[in-house]
Design a protein around this ligand. Structure first.
Ligand code: UDP
Length: 318
């Protein structure tokens, strides 16, 4: 029986991962540590499982005498306005969080980490294979996130090389869906929040920049397979995302069409906004046979809109 710790388990993706972990019958205890900076306690309020424990704490300073068989490191903001507002805290959550989690792992335990497609920066090749080393600016406005994810990957793969650490590292591409914060600030949630509160949809720059938008259920399905179900010995980094690349303007137009023609306004471009992003899934297909993104983006955005509408409280919007 396994003891599991999920750092960042109250977050958007972390809380979905918790649900999957609690479906396992080899789990004795599942501890979520989250400081509720970007995570929300309400993402976990539905859990009634007696094996589940929530601890509000920064992961870097989390105190416990317990050791865990598996740790999952999702403790980081992922939205540019949030991580850009607190770069030191972002770097600390990723890197110092990883140091602390390494201390909490039993010998031969497994360390799972959600890295990001941001390690590819503004990519000069498309789609991006895991072997692509990226085009990142270590002094740019996105660096606290990009570089702390890169450095944490370096730490983990070097621990694997020198100590045989059992690591599993994924690189996620623009995940969206239910349980995103309404004030998250990323494209899909911003557009839905704006449309539902009667404001115009804000497109930064021309909107020609593109992303590969992954619906959360598909992405967490990939995580589950890679983190604990795949018998494969590939440890990553592994791209997990949707291969269909869509421009920001097309997303804005789609949300507008779903919400009765919400107007779209263009705002100044964001400095160093990546122009494109698309995963090469060759390794994912080999390592996770049968896994694919099943929810088309149109359907995923509709489901997210339904979810935003269900719990819609205009006063909760920041
Ligand atoms: N974006 C936009 N309007 C918004 C929020 C985001 O045009 O209100 C753009 C943003 O400039 C970027 C894309 O949407 O080109 C994706 O941004 P997001 O913050 O969702 O993710 P990331 O930049 O980390 O890929």
């Amino acid at each position: 029986m396994k003891k599991i710790l999920i750092a960042g388990g109250a977050g958007f993706i972390g809380s979905h991962l918790c649900d999957r972990l609690l479906d396992r019958d080899d789990v004795e205890k599942c501890v979520v540590v989250d400081n509720l900076w970007t995570g929300l306690k309400e993402n976990l309020d539905h859990i009634r499982d007696p094996r589940f424990v929530f601890k509000k704490s920064d992961i870097e300073t989390f105190r416990t005498s317990e050791r865990f068989d598996e740790v999952y490191h999702l403790a980081s903001p992922a939205s540019p306005p949030w991580y850009m507002a607190e770069p030191k805290r972002t770097i600390s959550a990723n890197l110092m969080g990883a140091f602390r989690l390494l201390d909490l792992l039993v010998d031969n335990g497994r360390f799972c980490f959600t890295s990001t497609s941001e390690v590819y920066g503004d990519p000069l090749v498309s789609p991006q294979p895991e072997s692509y080393r990226g085009s990142v600016d270590c002094t740019g406005p996105r660096s606290s996130y990009d570089e702390s994810k890169r450095c944490t990957e370096a730490l983990l793969f070097e621990m694997q090389r020198t100590k045989g650490l059992d690591v599993r590292v994924v690189r996620l591409f623009n995940v969206y869906g239910p349980r995103t914060r309404r004030d998250d600030g990323r494209a899909v949630s911003n557009f839905l929040t704006q449309a539902l509160s009667g404001q115009p949809i804000t497109v930064y720059g021309t909107g020609d920049q593109s992303r590969s938008w992954g619906y959360v259920d598909d992405i967490v399905d990939g995580l589950e397979r890679f983190f604990w179900r795949s018998p494969h010995d590939y440890r990553g980094p592994l791209n997990v995302g949707n291969e269909r690349e869509i421009s920001v303007l097309d997303v804005a137009k789609y949300v507008s069409s779903l919400t009765g023609g919400t107007p779209i306004v263009h705002k100044p471009p964001v400095p160093q906004d990546p122009t494109n992003r698309r995963p090469d899934l060759t390794i994912a297909r080999r390592v996770l046979p049968g896994w694919e993104c099943k929810v088309p983006y149109e359907e995923g955005v509709r489901r997210t809109l339904d979810w935003f509408q269900e719990g819609w409280k205009p006063s909760a919007v920041a």
